[in-house]
Ligand binder design. Structure first.
Ligand SMILES: [Zn+2]
Length: 444
């Protein structure tokens, strides 16, 4: 079978009657022109689309050069309409696949146009409500990759994917990717997955981690974004993204699992309104440090089982709730100001920090929680909790830190030069332990 997007079949190629497109061949009998991204998928075979006028003969012999493995013929006629195409001008499609030198005709299927792809969201979302919005994804691990795909499924069309890592076999149990993608850049994988859900999506790929050195390279990405999602697995990266978002006035959703995925959290940072990530780790160091790691060597004393492991374990079923909630919060942010049925959720999602516990993990403050049972009172596992997380006025990223510090020591900031202001914390022996570059546990 050959699957073609409706848009492709409605437009004749400019300046010619034939153009080449790429088909993906997965199982030998389905060729999908949607995934027409060169080099994206192993096993891609070459195909071409020929446009014939009503008087042209239509048949496998005209299908093309012997080197073509797949050929789709499209013919416009006055009488016939293309299968699945609503417009009168839609072409008739016939597809041929060459097997051992002989062309065989195979079934064709025209897949919905962009406006119809998300028809099942109608009533909840206008099909284009999230179209044109750019979301920047920093970190494409088991949380970030899944959130990106969920947002693509929700109708977000523009994505910036930032991650310097490649997929490893050890990630597969909990990552969205399967073993056939081991070794690929996470940015390439996520771009492929997004386009698989929406072939009209646009994905910018940045195969590098954000650092203090390349911070400015990402400023324009953040500035152009409607929303930023951060699921980087180290604190320095998160602090850098936090700072960029504060400076550019962009809402950032931080999402991650606790160690061994005994729970997870989603933090929504609205500049000037809610606690920023730096406030969060100052006020709740235990929660910040309880975050899990996907880095080799840090997971060995945190195993689920007695089997050796080199990375932080975490079951996919324990991470899935975090991904889903983070994506939901993202959709709600992206719809801010738009009239949709989902607006009613604004009354529910008033907190900026959300906590979820998968189990009563030993050696944590949640060990003694009462079993879930039938109760609804008090903190229990397997439920989301919105928790108040106030801004810290002494926060060095979003607070009035220097003024407060100067006031405490009777210093008039107005009399200081900029360099003296920058040196003030050091001069007053204030530890700058919440700045990027300090050692930290990581999360994945
Ligand atoms: Zn802050």
């Amino acid at each position: 079978m050959v699957v073609l997007p409706a848009e492709l079949t409605r437009e004749s190629p400019p300046g010619g009657r034939q153009r080449e497109i790429r088909f993906c061949c997965w199982d030998g009998d389905v060729y999908n022109a949607f995934l027409a991204q060169t080099g994206d998928v192993p096993g891609t075979v070459r195909g071409s689309l020929s446009w014939l006028g009503p008087s042209d003969a239509l048949g496998p012999e005209e299908a093309g050069t012997p080197t073509d493995a797949v050929r789709v013929l499209a013919m416009r006629t006055e009488e016939e309409k293309g299968p699945g195409c609503a417009e009168d001008s839609a072409p008739v499609l016939r597809a041929f696949i060459r097997d051992g030198g002989t062309w065989h005709e195979v079934a064709t299927q025209v897949v919905a146009a962009e406006s119809e792809l998300f028809s099942r969201s109608r009533g909840l979302l206008e099909s284009d409500a999230l179209s044109g919005k750019l979301v920047a994804h920093f970190g494409l691990g088991s949380v970030g990759a899944s959130v990106a795909v969920l947002l693509a499924q929700s109708g977000v069309t523009n994505h910036a994917a930032v991650d310097g890592d490649r997929l490893e076999a050890g990630n597969m149990a909990r990552h969205d990717a399967g073993l056939s993608h081991v070794g690929r850049l996470k940015t390439d994988y996520v771009a492929y997955r997004i386009r698989e859900k929406n072939p009209y999506a646009h994905v910018e790929k940045y195969a590098t981690a954000i650092t203090g050195e390349n911070l400015e390279d990402f400023r324009s990405v953040v500035r152009r974004s409607s929303l930023v999602v951060c699921s980087i697995d180290d604190r320095e990266g998160k602090l850098l993204v936090n700072r960029l978002c504060l400076e550019e006035g962009k809402v950032c959703i931080f999402a991650g699992a606790f160690r061994r995925a005994y729970g997870g959290q989603v933090l929504r940072v609205i500049p000037g309104v809610s606690s920023c990530y730096q406030c969060f780790i100052r006020r709740l160091p235990e929660e910040a440090d309880g975050l899990s790691s996907s880095r080799p060597g840090e997971g060995q004393h945190q195993q689920y089982t007695d089997r050796p492991t080199t990375i932080e374990p975490g079951l996919a079923v324990d991470i899935a709730p975090i991904n889903a909630f983070a994506a939901k919060l993202c959709v709600q942010e992206l719809l801010r100001g738009k009239e949709t049925t989902l607006r009613s959720l604004d009354e529910d999602l008033v907190a900026h920090w959300y906590l979820y516990l998968n189990r009563r993990e030993t050696d944590t403050q949640y060990e003694q929680l009462r079993p879930l049972g039938f109760g609804l009172d008090g903190l229990r596992i397997l439920r989301w909790y919105g928790v108040s997380a106030e801004r810290d006025p002494r926060c060095q990223a979003c607070g009035d830190y220097l003024s407060i510090l100067a006031g405490e020591h009777g210093i008039d900031l107005a009399e200081l030069q900029d360099t003296e202001k920058a040196d003030l914390p050091g001069l007053l022996d204030e530890p700058a332990n919440d700045l990027p570059g300090t050692s930290d546990r990581a999360m994945g």
